[in-house]
Each structure stands twice: as C-alpha cells, then as structure tokens.
Ligand binder design. Structure first.
Ligand code: COA
Ligand code: HC5
Length: 641
C-alpha cells in the first residue's frame, strides 16, 4: 500500500502524498476571487471521481469482529457473542435485512456513513468538547517573550492562514494521496468560517464559507473580551502582517483586564447545559449579534495572558494543557470560544498552538494548514503595507443577566474541576524515529502501536480494547474507521516478551507477526473493510427502520469492545509539533504521536480521578517498550524474510 509513486513529492507531514500537477492546483489561471465557494468545477470534478465508501460483506465483518474480540474477552464471553452473531447472520434474519438497507443507502447517498458518524461521534455526544473531544496542537516554542513579540507573531500567523485560505478559495490546494490513491479534499472546505452550535439534545454545525456573502473577518479574544477584526481591505486583498499588527495593538489597548463577565467560559460546559444557557444568552439582541459574529468569523485568535510557570522540562506538557483547556478560569480557559472550529492560541511568552472543534474535520487538514502557517511565518520577505487608514476593530458586547452570571459561575467551577482532573505528559522520544523500524523493514506506525500494546501489557498484565484512527478519505466524504491494535498476534507477542522461557528468535518472530498483522488491519481499514463503522451502520440502520436494536449490540462484549482504554492516533506533521487529546473513557489513556524520521513526539493523557491510570507511568513504559523492541531486533539474527 505504500511507496509505489516515487515520482511524486512525498508529504511527510501527513504521511499522505501531495501531488501538484494533477490537483485542481494546476488551473491557477482559472482562479476565483476570495469569495469563491466550493461549488466550482475543479473541486467537484475531483470529488466526483472518488469512489463511494463500500459496505463490507456481512459475514466478513462478523468473522473479523470475533477475531478482534479474542484478545479482550474471556472464552465464555466470546462463546456467547458467537451465538449472537450466528443468529444475527442467519439466512433471512435481521442482519441480512439491515445489510440490504445499508447497501441501498450507499447507492443513494454520497457516503452512507459520514452524516451518521458526525451525529454519533460528535453532535449527539453531550460531554464538554473541552478535553473530551477537541484536540490541541502545540507548536515549538517561538522566539518571543513579550507583548510586542506576541502581537508580531500573531499577525504573521493570521497572514499565513489567509494565504492558505486563498488556496482553499481558489481551489489551488494540491490533492493529497495515500498509498497511490487520491484523497477526498472536502474537509479543507469545512474548517474555516464554521462553528458548532449547542442544542438542547443535539448540536449542529454552521459553515458560513458556503454563504452568498462569506465572512471577511476573524475574531480576536484578549483578556476574555472578543473583537471583530476585518482581515481584507476593500479591494479584497488580505491585510499585510504589518497592518494586522497595528490592528492587534489597537485591540490589546482597548481590552485591559476588566471585571467583565468571561462569557467564553460557557462554551466549556456540558452540551445540554450550554444548549440551554445559549438559548437564554441569545434572547438578547446584542448578545445574538455578538455570538453570530464569532460563529461567522473565519477563525478565532486567542491572545492569551500569562500561563502557569513551567521549567524547560515541563514546558511541552504545560503547553499541551494550555492548548487543550487553557488551564482553568484563572488562566486562559475563558479566553476561548470552544465551539469555534479553529482557534489559534498565542501566549505572551512564546507559547503557541491551536485547538479545534472536531466535528467538521480530522487532524490532517488542520495540520496541513498549520504547517503552511509556520512556513509562512518564517518568511522574511513579507508584503509591505499601503498606508491606508484601517477600520477600528469592533468590540463585541454582551449583556449578562443575573441568570447568565450563575451559568458562568457554574461553568467556571466545572472547568476548574476538569482542568484539575486532566494529566498530560508530552515526551520527545529521541532515540529513534521512523528510521529504525524502516531499517528492519517494518511499518513504523505498526511498530509504535505494538510498542504501545507492550507498554500497556507490562503495566496492567492484560490487553485492552485499543483504538487507532484510520483515514477513510480514499472515499468521497470519508472520515475515519478504527484500527483495533489489540489483536491475537499482538497479544501473543506481548505475553511472550518478558517470558524468560521464550527464546529471542521466537520473540522476534512474534513481533514480526504482530507488526504485519497491524499493517494488514491498517490496509483493510483504509480500504473501507474494517468492522467498527460497518457495525455502527447496521445498528443505525435498525434505528432508521424502527426495528428493535439487535442483540449483538446489547451484548456486554460490544460495550467492552467500545470501551477504549487506549485511544490513539498518529498525526504526522512537517513542523516539529505535538498533538494531544484527552482519554475517551474515565479509566483510559489518550495517546497521540507524531513520528518524525529520527524522533517521535508523544502526548499521553489520563484522568487524575482514576487511580489506575497515570500518564507519566504509561509514557515511561512506552519509551521502555520502544527501546526494548529495538534491542531485541538488534540482538537477534532474523530468519530470511
Ligand atoms: N518497510 C519499510 N518501510 C515501510 C514499511 C516496511 N515494511 N512499511 C511502511 N513503510 C514506510 C512507508 O513507505 C512510509 O514512508 P514515508 O515516511 O516515506 O512516507 C512510512 O514507512 C510510514 O508508513 P507507516 O508507518 O506504515 O504508516 P502510514 O504512513 O501508512 O500511516 C496510518 C498509517 C494508519 C496512520 C494512516 O493510514 C492513516 O490512516 N492516517 C490518518 C490518521 C488520521 O486521520 N489521524 C488523525 C485523526 S483525527
Ligand atoms: C490535531 C490532531 C488531532 C487528532 C485527533 C484524533 O485522532 O481524533 C480521532 C478521530 C477519529 O475519528 O478517529 C479520535 N480520537 C481522538 C478519539 C482518537
């Protein structure tokens, strides 16, 4: 699945291959002005050429499901599940009916899964987006340490995003490739000018890029106060970074520390509570206009105040916390609008990064944008500014009732509890990167995943249900499926590793098998043949057809399979950055990693309220596992492949 197209430039940041000549990028002369929307020809032609997401065969999924359960279930439990699956698949049974329904749906929709997935994974999910859903991204510490430097860097950052936006608007973004196949580019059109809106039971997403008058402003938040900043001049050209810097200075002078209500903190709430508070908030006309201005804005820039002190050693972990939740109400948690799809965060002391609301897109498009911004910000030949007067940035006002004040107080308390609960450890594993597994002819991603399995097993003496994100972007509107990294092969390897009765040759053989099995699962997942989204689809189809939910979904084994104590994701980037997210279960870990050639950045998260988990302990175990696996490979002569 890899490496067949040597003539193309390889984009090491996403692990995806970027191809200029055959993208819609070639037709630069056909460019549209800034307001161009996605409905023009090139983009659509590319999208239409993509295959639709397949519906895997029913029997295949049932068999593979049993295989995936083996390492995490007891024998008796598995026997019970097999019986339920036999009944489910029986000729003329409910499985066949649902499968037919799914196949019909696949033939009449652009993607049979994506809308359901966005609802189930995001819009119906009611825990706060903070920590529980929105990923953070930490950039290397920048070279500034005061307010002036903060504003100068932030203005370059805005200019860099606008430069990337021009490529989106003009459809000159290079198409990405994975294993020789072109990828769906839709997510790039979903991340700017969009926002999540809280509802009472289900949230929604608005995307103003598609409106007849797309927004020309960003929102800037400083000392918890929001401003609208127009970033295009009247002739449609983006403001230069010099001009933007002047505007940011005006914003900072207009927003000293005040006792104004920190309204942004409301977006950290449980979604039902925020949905209710939102209705109250927007009853007031001024508030409604202010909220709309934030929702419509291209993105939000958070100019943060001070952050808790950190040593060089803890810097990246502290920065990850700032990106994920802002550190609580006394630090920067209210200096955000967490519903906003994309928020850039720039602190006073060189700390910078981003957080994004996950519903509209996966990490890779966000990372591609950020890589571009970093490259752009390093340019020395910035365009110079014409000296035209610029409109004063507008402050957004909020009228806060006594009831809203209470909501804000409650949000502050809950946010502070959540901030105290989250533990994040960033480690830069410096001994090797993709180079070592490659030299041993192994997939680096699979090698890292098997090391995670070993680390977990050594810590808990058991395997756990493990999630790794696999991209489905080979298909139109594709999002993700699950690579189940705990397999029978990985279980055999991790159990043998510290067994003194096993020979090294045997251990290496088991390692190879585990790594190969993982890579095989990956290939299966990215080609739409994994099990998790298919099972979800069958369940949703039952709901759609108003049938009772089949027994296989009420089976405790299904709940166990979905209780991911390891929730992991590889997110590569060109820039040496770290991405992070929280655990998805109270007693689990979130592990995000960015494998570079000679080192690997990891962010491991856990909850302090869970006595069994400890991010520092697991990250140390991961380092040991990687090193021990290398040592084993180096010390053991291998059989011919
Ligand atoms: N021998 C030597 N080299 C190998 C190899 C082997 N046996 N197997 C793989 N490689 C090479 C590949 O050619 C590739 O080379 P490159 O660095 O020059 O590009 C490199 O090793 C990496 O390959 P691998 O580690 O196998 O992983 P991958 O890049 O194919 O990525 C996934 C695997 C699962 C991460 C990827 O398919 C995917 O789905 N990515 C998206 C995940 C995502 O969306 N995350 C965010 C969710 S919000
Ligand atoms: C900026 C990097 C973000 C990575 C986020 C990510 O991996 O999200 C996963 C999305 C998916 O559908 O698999 C979900 N996860 C965080 C729970 C792994």
């Amino acid at each position: 699945m890899f490496g067949s197209r040597t003539m193309w430039g390889i984009c090491s940041r996403t692990g995806l291959r970027m191809v200029k000549p055959c993208g819609f990028g070639r037709l630069r002369h056909l460019v549209k002005p800034v307001s161009a929307t996605r409905v023009s020809g090139r983009y659509l032609t590319h999208q239409k050429g993509l295959p639709g997401l397949p519906v895997p065969p029913l029997q295949q999924t049932c068999e593979r499901y049993v295989g995936a359960l083996e390492p995490i279930l007891e024998v008796e439990e598995l026997k019970h599940t097999k019986q339920l699956l036999d009944e489910f698949q029986r000729a003329g049974g409910v499985g066949e009916r649902l499968q037919r329904g799914l196949e019909k749906r696949a033939s009449s929709t652009e993607n049979w899964l994506s809308a359901w997935w966005v609802e189930v994974a995001y819009l119906d999910y009611r825990l706060p987006v903070v920590v529980h859903s929105s990923p953070g991204l930490v950039l290397p510490r920048m070279n500034f340490s005061d307010k002036q430097g903060q504003m100068r860097f932030a203005s370059k950052l805005i200019a860099g995003v606008l430069d990337f936006k021009t490529m989106i608007d003009n459809e000159t973004l290079p198409v990405e490739f994975l294993g020789g196949n072109s990828l769906c580019m839709n997510q790039y059109y979903e991340v700017l000018s969009s926002c999540r809106i809280p509802g009472l039971k289900r949230d929604s997403i608005v995307n103003h890029a598609k409106s007849s008058q797309p927004p020309k402003h960003i929102t800037v938040v400083h000392n918890f106060q929001f401003f609208v900043l127009d970033v295009y001049s009247s002739d449609g050209t983006p403001l230069t970074s010099d001009q933007l810097c002047v505007q940011l200075e005006r914003i900072c002078s207009a927003s000293p520390e005040t006792s104004e209500e920190p309204v942004g903190i409301l977006t950290t709430q449980h979604r039902d509570s925020w949905g209710q508070a939102y209705l109250n908030l927007i009853q007031d006309k001024t508030n409604k206009e202010s909220v709309l201005a934030i929702q419509r804005s291209i993105f939000t820039l958070c100019l943060d105040g001070a952050t808790p002190p950190a040593s060089d050693e803890t810097y990246r972990s502290c920065a990850a916390v700032q990106m994920l939740h802002g550190g609580g109400s006394r630090w920067n948690s209210a200096n955000r609008w967490f519903d906003k799809t994309l928020q850039f965060i720039v602190g006073e002391d060189g700390i910078c990064g981003a957080i994004y609301e996950h519903a509209p897109a996966e990490g890779p498009p966000i990372v591609a944008l950020i890589d571009h911004v970093v490259e752009y910000s390093r340019k020395t030949d910035m365009p110079t500014s014409p000296s035209v007067p610029l409109q004063t940035p507008q402050k957004l006002h909020f009228n806060i009732s006594a009831e809203m004040k209470k909501d804000i107080e409650e949000a502050e308390n809950n946010m502070n509890t959540l901030a105290r609960d989250l533990d994040v450890r960033v480690i830069v594993f410096g001994h090797f990167g993709k180079n070592v597994p490659k030299a041993h002819k192994m997939s680096p991603d699979a090698f890292i995943q098997i090391a995670l399995q070993l680390a977990y097993y050594r810590t808990y003496q058991r395997c756990c249900s493990t999630y790794e994100s696999a991209s489905l972007r080979m298909y139109r509107l594709g999002r993700t499926d699950t690579i189940r990294s705990a397999s029978s092969a990985s279980a055999s390897f991790v159990k043998a590793f510290d067994d003194p009765n096993k020979k090294n040759t045997e251990k290496v053989d088991l390692m190879e098998k585990a790594v190969k099995a993982h890579r095989a699962y990956t290939n299966m997942a990215i080609s739409g043949q994994a099990i998790d989204r298919h099972l979800l689809g069958l369940k949703m189809q039952a709901v759609e057809e108003k049938l009772s939910v089949p027994e296989i979904f009420k089976d405790p084994a299904y709940a166990k399979a979905l209780h991911y104590q390891l929730s992991t994701s590889q997110v590569p980037s060109k820039t040496d950055c770290v991405m992070c997210f929280g655990p998805v279960v109270p007693n689990g870990y979130g592990v995000c990693y960015n494998p570079m050639n000679e080192h690997i950045n990891f962010a491991v998260s856990s909850f302090n309220s869970c006595k069994e988990t400890n991010a520092a302990r697991l990250s140390a175990a991961v380092e040991d596992a990687l090193l021990d696996m290398r040592t084993l490979l180096e010390q053991t002569p291998r059989a011919k492949l």
